[in-house]
Ligand binder design. Structure first.
Ligand SMILES: [Zn+2]
Length: 56
């Protein structure tokens, strides 16, 4: 009997996780907007696809 528990089921599926924060204690990356813990590889991939925004 398997039971999947969604701890952060906040219906934020439309969040693009554009603002991410690195938790240096837990060594994990999470979205500052929705708080979802993200796969660092996915974050890097998205940054690479987006290109590093030079907004200065
Ligand atoms: Zn998000």
């Amino acid at each position: 009997m398997s039971e999947i528990i969604h701890l952060k089921e906040r219906r934020k599926s439309q969040c693009k996780h554009l603002t991410v924060a690195v938790d240096e204690t837990l060594d994990q990356v999470e979205c500052e907007d929705c708080g979802e813990v993200l796969n660092p590889v996915v974050v890097l991939r998205d940054i690479a696809r987006r290109g590093l925004s030079t907004n200065h």
